[in-house]
Design a protein around this ligand. Sequence first.
Ligand code: ADP
Ligand code: ADP
Ligand code: MG
Length: 461
Amino acid sequence: MFEKVLIANRGEIALRVIRACKELGIRTLAVYSEADIDSLHVQLADESICIGAAPSSESYLKIDRIMSAAEIGDVDAIHPGYGFLAENPHFAEVCESCNIKFIGPSSRAMQAMGDKNAARVFARKAGVPVTPGSEGIVETESDAIKIAKKIGYPVMIKAAAGGGGRGLRTAHNEPSLKSAFHSARHEAEKAFGNEQVYIEKLIVNPHHVEFQIVADGQGHIVHLGERDCSIQRRNQKVIEECPSPLMTPGLRKKMGNAAVKLAKSVGYENAGTIEFLVNQERHFYFIEMNTRIQVEHTITEEVYGCDLVKEQIRIAAGQPLSPHIAHATPRLHAIQCRINAEDPEKDFQPSPGRIAFYYAPGGHGVRIDSHVYTGYTVPPHYDSLIAKIIAVGATRINAIDRMRRALAEYYITGIKTTVPFHAAIMRNGEFRDGNYDTSFIERVMSSGKLDLTSPPIRFHE
Ligand code: ADP
Ligand code: ADP
Ligand code: MG
């Protein structure tokens, strides 16, 4: 097993990895930017090294500084978390060449699946259904028009290097396609330094259903069921649940087999996620693979009774899949709400700043993954995720009622958060009936039906 691991990330996922390392008896080295000096990941790690200024381009994205920290700290492995360098094959390659184990797939497998257009080609080869669309990168406006005509409107233009819901545009007709094509390319160039886009048919009101894959270096590979991540805002996940209310045993078997087949075909090792869209007739289409731990891995852990981050570390250290993972069976239902430092009453505008008072819920079946505390200042430079709250129940409705109860106990002042927004969704009749798709949030927001009244609890600060 490794002796010391560097965590190349910040926020809740850095804490998540530190906790897994501690339980495995591994020493931890945190790296941090000047803005994160008071961060819990710095305080809880055994050692820490500052790697630069606040902007991530000056710190968390600087491969040379992270590798220098790894050398100074004499670590034997690096965990990249999610975001930042987690899906950067060059970073994985640099780790490989420095003889430091990258806790994730090989740079080769990451390269194969990291480009979303290339991943579609691998999926087709493996016989996995993909969304109808362009055969490859679409270079010009006139090609875009031809392809859209062929597959039929509406279509979606997607950045090949995309992630986090960026570089995506929908077009319902030719005039809107022209502007969508250029704005998707522009956003892709700005966000990912790569303007390449491809085109897919827009699947109308689908579910986003993704399968968790775990593979070791000895050729064992399993899937740990699905997560439904259809509750999205601007193509970004907001609430996730496991299992999906849409799923049937037959469909789970078909989609799970397809996910395993695709991961196997690229020699995938470690944890990964195969994302699909499922349309109203329950036909499924591969959209992309995330070659890393995901934000919503927590709900799979709760339902399958496993620790995916520890398993990632074990696999990277050359150990075979744990027996309890190889034979895991689902039990219970789990839901996760992403709590962001954003104001839901002002179009979710970011709300960084000092947290004046923080009290997190607890009790039976409630898990909080968070790096914030009373007096912590949420820096403006990074993602607005401040906490993940996970509620588990014997049935879906038990989990929803437990989440509703827990959100009402959540008390955060000094900044605005999305807690009241989540509470409103837990009360929504359609959500409670499992009757939703990716258009849900837009629909309920535009109907003005969401009641954003704050929970009743009050503290004397
Ligand atoms: P998940 O698929 O785990 O739910 P998200 O899509 O919500 O992940 O992304 C998690 C984090 O990673 C966010 O901070 C997001 O902005 C970032 N991210 C994801 N993909 C990329 C990418 N290709 N490039 C840069 N950042 C990314
Ligand atoms: P990212 O890399 O940013 O995560 P994805 O390709 O995974 O991008 O798509 C993000 C979300 O956008 C999906 O979960 C879905 O809601 C929506 N989406 C993507 N492709 C399509 C499509 N072809 N039709 C309908 N919705 C789509
Ligand atoms: Mg995605």
